[in-house]
Design a protein around this ligand. Sequence first.
Ligand SMILES: [Zn+2]
Length: 168
Amino acid sequence: MSTIACDQCHSGVPAFEVTHFGSIETGYRDLCSRCYNEEVARLSGIRFTHVDFQPMELPDANGDKHRFHFILRLLGTMLTLEALEVRADEQEGYEFQVHGVADADPFALMTRLLERMRHDLAVVHLVEGELGLAISGTTVRGRLTCDLESSDRGGLAKLDSEISGFSA
Ligand SMILES: [Zn+2]
């Protein structure tokens, strides 16, 4: 996987883990999640111990495996844990997130996140029908995103979409 060197600890991390952190006065640095969290904890006066969760593969309802990277982020008054699916070096596919208070236990967040991931991955949303892929049941969940750095999709903003109760 292509990586970017953290400006603080110089370890290589995937681009989606890097936070461009700072201000006009102090200048900006690209930080890995550990260095970013330690900096936010220091500035906010929060006692915080970073946890590096290792990537994990989880199967969906069809038995297909999905590889996830976990990113723990301290956002001042809250702590978030994200699971991002990575395919062929790119961050794409499923995304999950849970959050708690700033001093929440990262392992408790991980337990909640894994419960949600297992639950959602077990749901079959699409089935192969006579006319190709079709909606299974009456619920559609989607996430429409675009690459803002791509020239042919430049104008679109990131959009989350969830349609429940849709009848096929
Ligand atoms: Zn770092």
